[in-house]
Every structure is written in structure tokens, then in C-alpha cells.
Design a protein around this ligand. Sequence first.
Ligand SMILES: Nc1ncnc2c1ncn2[C@@H]1O[C@H](COP(=O)(O)OP(=O)(O)OP(=O)(O)O)[C@@H](O)[C@H]1O
Ligand SMILES: [Mg+2]
Length: 204
Amino acid sequence: MFITFEGGEGAGKSTQARLLAESMTAAGSTVLRTREPGGAPGAEVLRGLLLSREHDWSPPAEVYLHFAARAEHVARTIQPALARGAIVISDRFADSTMAYQGYGLGADRNLIAALSRLLPVRPDLTVVLEVSPAVAADRMAGRRQALDRYEAMGPAFHARVAEGFAAIVAAEPDRCAVVSADGGMNDVHRAVLAVIASRRPSPA
Ligand SMILES: Nc1ncnc2c1ncn2[C@@H]1O[C@H](COP(=O)(O)OP(=O)(O)OP(=O)(O)O)[C@@H](O)[C@H]1O
Ligand SMILES: [Mg+2]
């Protein structure tokens, strides 16, 4: 099983990916938690190039860099873990490229959709965490690190990203589930577990 968490900045993706991995591990599953951009040594190098504010990539170059990182992540980390029977939980995946580069930056959405279709793996379930802009801003303010390239983009960019995630969910309702992430982290975690329980094929 391959599960991805998606959503904007400060939605709680990393927190919820960790909580889900912990509860699935406690329930006896073998879980691999990973993230994008990154998730494999070479992909983490590309992450540095993508998130650094030193570079202002052209939109198509940025799309290809994300997919180069993803190709490495899929080949080196995700596919081997799935092959040994692990549940893979990724903090972001291809939907982030559609939302951030496609909707946010105006990169070619057909290109992104085509590259996504060519990937050898597809999430079984994508949890899209939806947070109100005020709550996201509060959570981001609680952090001490300097803003990365995407975090530094303005509210209009982040509104387009949110619109992108909503369009993805509308287009693929069987794969995607929206979970409201404004509540406390344990409430959100319970909502995530409920989604997983409701989507799992019932035992024969
Ligand atoms: N439900 C919640 N209630 C309150 N605070 C939360 C909640 N979920 C996460 N946080 C806190 O908000 C901050 C952002 O959460 P987190 O890092 O999980 O978000 P993220 O979606 O991974 O963000 P990014 O896209 O920037 O990686 C963290 O400081 C985290 O501890
Ligand atoms: Mg995170």
C-alpha cells in the first residue's frame, strides 16, 4: 500500500505522516515513511537546489527537476519498499508538482499530468490536508527556520496551490480524500485513520 499526504504549507503533512506511520507500526505493519522532494540520496541533493532561494528556475526546468528527484525516489526507495511488502507513506508526491508548479507557477499542466502518468507507481490513497490560511500562517509562524523558496511565495501563490489541490481531488475522488486539518493533531490523526478504514477493501 502506498499512501501520500498532500496539502499546502503548514497543513500538518509531516506531523500526520509521522502519526500514521507510528500507529501502523504499532499495529504490526512494516512502514516506510519518506518525503518529497527527496526521499533518496540523489533526490535530497535536488531538494536542496529546488528549495534554495538562490535559484529562480524557469517553470519547465522546475517541473523536470521535481520529476528527476521523484524518479530517483521511486526507483531507490518506494519501489524496493513496496516490493518487500512495506506500507509506504510519503509526505508529498506528484500531486504537489501539479498544485505548486502547475497551478501555483503556471507550468504546463499537460506536461505534469503526462509525466505523472508515466510513473511506475501510483498512490492507493492520497490524503489532502485542508487548512484555513489563518491557521496555516499561525503554524508557519511557530517555526524557527528561514523560509524556503515556496514558503516565501506570497498569499496569491498559495491560494492557487490550494485551488490546484481542490481540482485534483475533484478529478480523482476515488484516490483522494480531503481531511480538514484545522483541529488539533490528534483529532486530525483520528480523521485520517477513519478515512483509511473506510477506504480499505472490507475483508471477504
Ligand atoms: N493539528 C495541528 N494543530 C496544531 N499544530 C499543528 C498541527 N499539526 C501540525 N502542527 C504544527 O504546525 C507546524 C507545521 O506542521 P507540519 O510541519 O506537520 O506541516 P507540513 O504540512 O509538513 O508543512 P510543510 O509543507 O511546510 O512541510 C509544526 O510546528 C507542527 O508541530
Ligand atoms: Mg512538512
